[in-house]
Write a protein that binds this ligand. Structure first.
Ligand code: SAH
Length: 346
């Protein structure tokens, strides 16, 4: 079943409306004063009634919401119109506001060995409406919970799916969110396994919003990377390095940097040799941030590095001049890693 977009439905039901009606329609979706179409007094009543019967106010519906004991992480399983389920997470950030983690696809084709979503395979791309409505779902959720901080300040594309494999819908969703909210480009991060043709495309795409990019590297040793990310190929690392240098030359500044993500897997990619390979790889590119991610257990026989292993790896990178950070772990009590809630429910 192909999902019709809001724009397609709107054009069908209101073919003769002036162009500003679509703008009013879209702006209404982001207005915190509104909770349903009948609230949107700016649209003529007849049009509103037509919209009400054909375009749901929200194209995702709550299936489950879990909260961490500390109430700083909430995770939702949402149902989309064709019955598929996706995940999205709300996490408190150090600024006292919220970061939301959104999905870009139902499932994922990349099959990374540590990732719960990878086990599902790819079911389909999400539409930009379905991406946008993960944000709007949390907007409505926070409105119902006045005891919680109200502001969503950041968005990360680190939920289910590979955003670069759904390039145009991800791009359109980001543009719409940037236009209608106070969230700016540098408060949005797109995480990608490194789909190079798409990364190449964004270098010259005038419509690509210059959000932050995080590349899931996981190893600077080609064989190890291929073991962790089976879609990797022989020339991936030199090709990534070449792309990253050109990206930094064109866009790199204090606000635009690149991050390499590195999931710490015990006995797989966390030895001193791996740390050395990472230092060599990153140093010849230029200014890259490395984010070490403690592995969040899923099935598949892998384990997170020990805390000493993680500290030693961190210290090696740090003393060799890399900018390195460690991801805070949140929501462990509700299995908040990519695809985990979906997997548990199945
Ligand atoms: N497909 C994109 C975005 C989704 S995953 C990508 O690969 O980047 C977002 C981040 O979460 C990636 O860095 C991914 O490697 C990491 N991740 C996925 N499952 C994880 C797990 N079980 N534990 C820790 N990190 C995980």
């Amino acid at each position: 079943m192909a999902i019709q977009t809001r724009k397609e439905r709107f054009d069908t039901l209101a073919p003769d409306e002036p162009a500003y009606r679509w703008k009013q329609f879209t702006a209404a979706l982001f207005d915190p004063a509104y909770s349903c179409w009948s609230d949107v007094a700016v649209l003529p009543k007849i049009l509103r009634e037509k919209i009400q019967t054909t375009i749901p106010w929200l194209c995702v519906t709550e299936s489950i919401v879990q909260q961490s004991a500390k109430q700083d992480t909430f995770k939702a399983l949402l149902e989309v119109e064709d019955g598929n389920k996706i995940e999205t997470v709300l996490m408190q950030n150090p600024r006292g506001a919220w970061t939301i983690c959104v999905s870009s696809q139902v499932g994922c084709a990349m099959r990374c060995v540590f990732c719960a979503t990878g086990k599902m395979g790819l079911i389909r791309n999400l539409t930009s409406d379905e991406i946008i409505d993960q944000y709007r779902f949390w907007m409505a959720f926070l409105k119902k919970h006045p005891e919680l901080p109200t502001r969503i300040s950041n968005i990360v594309f680190m939920g289910m799916g590979e955003p670069m494999a759904n390039y145009s819908c991800v791009r359109d969703a980001i543009q719409t969110i940037i236009t209608h909210t106070s969230i700016g480009e540098t408060r949005i991060t797109v995480s990608t396994v490194g789909v190079l043709p798409r990364l190449e495309k964004l270098l010259n795409d005038p419509n690509w919003p210059h959000v932050r990019l995080a590349i899931s590297l996981h190893s600077a040793d080609p064989e190890t990377r291929k073991r962790i990310v089976p879609t990797s190929y022989d020339d991936f690392l030199p090709a990534l390095s070449d792309w990253a240098k050109r990206y930094l030359k064109k866009f790199g500044n204090r606000r635009h940097h690149l991050t390499f993500e590195y999931v710490m897997l015990r006995g797989v990619n966390d030895s001193l040799q791996h740390a050395k390979a990472l230092v060599d790889f990153v140093s010849q590119i230029g200014h890259i941030r490395v984010n070490l991610i403690p592995y969040n257990f899923t099935d598949g026989g892998l384990q997170c590095s020990t805390s000493k292993g993680l500290e030693d790896f961190f210290a090696y990178l740090d003393t060799h001049g890399l900018t390195v950070t460690k991801r805070r772990t949140m929501g462990e009590d509700i299995a908040a890693a990519c695809g985990q809630l979906y997997a548990t429910k199945k």
